[in-house]
Design a protein. Structure first.
Length: 392
């Protein structure tokens, strides 16, 4: 019911009080909207209770009320998308650089932990960790630390990086008794975060060469390491006749008794059966390499390649030892950034410009890939009398 002063239905534009426009029946059929209000209709008097307004779009056009609603054109949309893409292109490198800086900082912290672990080992045993016997061995806990230990230096530092439980897995009674195989396999396949550089690969289990270790038997998967200790200034060769393979724990004990492991050609800090003391680093602990990042082939990060095909606990091999070999300017083992190819003897990293190195005093440095080869040699030699600085 429409209550008003008239039986007619009126339209008002809201601005011209008293103007009444009577709609024809045709107009009523064309109306497209209804508005209901409880205020007085302009000019209709005060007794109006309810007014109904039938509003046709032609009415809005007549009074200039109707506005055109404008959206984005295709060109405008493409321009906006292009601007957003350009902003993302500008921001993405900055984000990537920030992430790499964070990863590089974590890598440096790993090296710091290696330095501290080796120094704590030296404080405990009066010598830096031994490099192990050869790559057929992966750690025998009951033989303790030092040249008696067939496993690598990674194995020997476990008690000093809060991994004492891993060190003792499979421990047996008697120095010449093999440890429990299943427990040794567990150790070989238990990831340790500081063994991997975050710029390079994840902390997980990877394929290995499928070697049969004395302590564990054959394994085809194990953890990997991205760092290596300073072997010295010659090319490491696991088949070196001066360090023949040791076939049993008892044989290792006899060799130590006969002092047949000493080799004056080992010029680094950690090598085959080594037992280097602080006093033997005569060039200065701040001027001698200890542990650095090793070079790897990016295409083989998750695969197998010589120098990265064993576990970190494998004794005295390219996987965990590198050096600063130098013969002449065209025959040397200078550091190289990760790239496709065969670089099993050298240090390097996934970082641009330089790789990380911990010195024998525990300090951490970034060493340029363009370091002078002779300087690199001096820093790898613990007592050649040529004092070189890592800041050079």
């Amino acid at each position: 019911t429409v209550h008003s002063q008239s039986e007619e239905i009126f339209v008002s534009d809201g601005s011209c009080a008293g103007n009444k426009i009577k709609l024809s029946k045709e107009a009523e059929r064309k109306t497209f909207g209804v508005r209901i209000g409880n205020g007085p209709f302009h000019g209709a008097g005060d007794d109006a209770l309810l007014n109904v307004y039938f509003v046709h779009k032609s009415f809005f056009k007549r009074w200039g009320i109707m506005k055109k609603v404008k959206g984005f054109t295709l060109v405008e949309l493409l321009v906006v998308i292009a601007i957003i893409g350009m902003l993302v292109g500008l921001l993405l490198p900055a984000v990537q650089q920030a992430r790499e800086a964070a990863r590089q900082m974590q890598c440096g912290n790993n090296l710091k932990q290696y330095g501290l672990a080796c120094l704590n080992h030296e404080s405990t045993t009066k010598a830096f960790p031994s490099g192990g016997w050869d790559y057929n061995w992966c750690g025998t806990p009951q033989r303790g630390l030092g040249p008696d230990q067939p496993g690598s230096w990674f194995f020997s530092i476990l008690p000093f990086i809060e991994q004492d439980a891993l060190f003792h897995l499979g421990e047996a009674n008697g120095v010449d008794t093999m440890p429990n195989q299943a427990n040794v396999v567990t150790r070989l396949q238990t990831p340790v975060a500081m063994f991997n550089c975050p710029s390079r690969r994840a902390v997980k289990v990877y394929p290995t060469s499928g070697k049969t270790y004395k302590e564990s038997g054959k394994i085809s998967q194990g953890i990997k390491n991205d760092y290596s200790a300073n072997f010295g200034t010659k090319l490491i060769n696991p088949d070196d006749s001066a360090k023949p393979h040791t076939t049993s724990l008892a044989e290792g004990t006899n060799k130590k008794k006969n002092n047949s492991w000493n080799n004056p050609n080992d010029t680094g800090v950690i090598s085959f059966h080594s037992n280097v003391t602080m006093g033997e680093i005569r060039d200065g602990t701040s001027n001698t390499y200890l542990v650095g990042e090793k070079n790897l082939n990016p295409a083989k990060y998750e695969d197998v390649e010589t120098g990265d095909n064993e576990t970190p606990y494998s004794g005295a091999c390219n996987d965990c030892l590198r050096g600063g070999y130098f013969n002449n300017t065209s025959d040397h083992a200078g550091p190289v950034m990760d790239r496709p190819g065969y670089e099993r003897y050298v240090w390097g990293s996934a970082h641009a410009g330089a790789f990380g190195m911990a010195a024998c005093d525990g300090s951490v440095h970034r060493i340029s890939y363009s370091i002078e080869p002779q300087t690199h040699y001096y820093l790898a030699h613990r007592s050649d009398g040529e004092v070189a600085s890592m800041s050079e």
